[in-house]
Design a protein around this ligand. Sequence first.
Ligand SMILES: Cc1ncc(COP(=O)(O)O)c(C=O)c1O
Length: 377
Amino acid sequence: MMQTIVLPPVAQSFKTPWVEVDLGLLEQNISKMKASLNHTTSVIFVVKSNAYGHGLVPIAKSAVHAGIDWLGVAYLEEALELRQSLPQHVHLLVLGAVDAANTPILLDHRIIPVVVSKSHGLDFSHNAVRFDQSLPVHLKIDTGMGRFGIPWEDANHTLSGLLKDPGLKIQGICTHFSSVEPNHPKEAHEQVKRMSQIGAFSKGHLLRHVSNSRAFLNYPQWDFDAVRTGMALYGYGANEAERIQTQPILQWKTHVIQVKSVPANFPVGYYASYRTDTPTDIATVSVGYADGFPRLLGNRGHVLIRGQRCKVIGRVSMNWITVDVGHESGVDAGEEVVLIGKQGSASIWADEIAKKADTIPYEILTRIHPHAPRIYI
Ligand SMILES: Cc1ncc(COP(=O)(O)O)c(C=O)c1O
């Protein structure tokens, strides 16, 4: 016979990492973006991948409170989760390719997919017509990203058929930049030029959206009817921008588990990749690569303890890191450690970590373990 096991309550003095998100700052970031746009241009706030690690539903709710009425996700499942928790007026756009077999779900829950090819569009239409309905969709054009989307070369031809299709209510048209580099602007300009040669785009009857955060920040002339932005609203890439400045809204924190005073030449961590130069204190801190702390930060990264930058020494292990807190530091077990965020006048943000870990802040933020508790302030 199966026995139900009741798990005992666990004492929480050695806390695992957690995330703090400042929703007030998010609302400020949104207000700044909205204020910089023409009043006819919408913001489609990209909240895919658990709102870039910030937590899907609380971020979406707060954004809607700040006046956002379009949200972009990658998967139908994310849109369904949002539909349950948000007011009905909010438009939900799935930026990834949804299987057309899901047409009844899209219709029932008023979720808008993008059409990525002629056959994809026809499949949606076929399914919608069976329910005597037409499905609202946006057309996704591949103008140079080389990912999914209707190839720009055939777009006029492909769209002429789809636009007349009774099962589709084509409401928008979009593309995605492969790069937006103001120092090498050719590629992005070429993508916009290709888009402008498409009749359905140039006529201006549909909701036109091309810009991600970098395009929004650098090319106001490409705002069109909506900008499709994520990162700038989470507070990255726009701290020294001219158009608006936004601030990071997420902090990632944990605790010191143990502190030991060690002599010079003391080996630290797997394979003793670090040896102390002088006597010092080593703090073992509760975070590791399984929590999303990049392994590449071993012997390279920093964390904040008592408002000081402390170097990560030794390799990052699965659940713990070791940090040099300095000789006779006085640091104790249980003290707070900031992995991303600020403490006193010191700060470490995801873009700094990304550089050291040879990646981009998007990866740092989205890899913070989804089970880490998110606290909303
Ligand atoms: C299709 C699409 N549009 C917009 C965005 C938002 O980009 P950003 O966060 O740089 O503003 C993304 C992000 O990956 C995307 O995939």
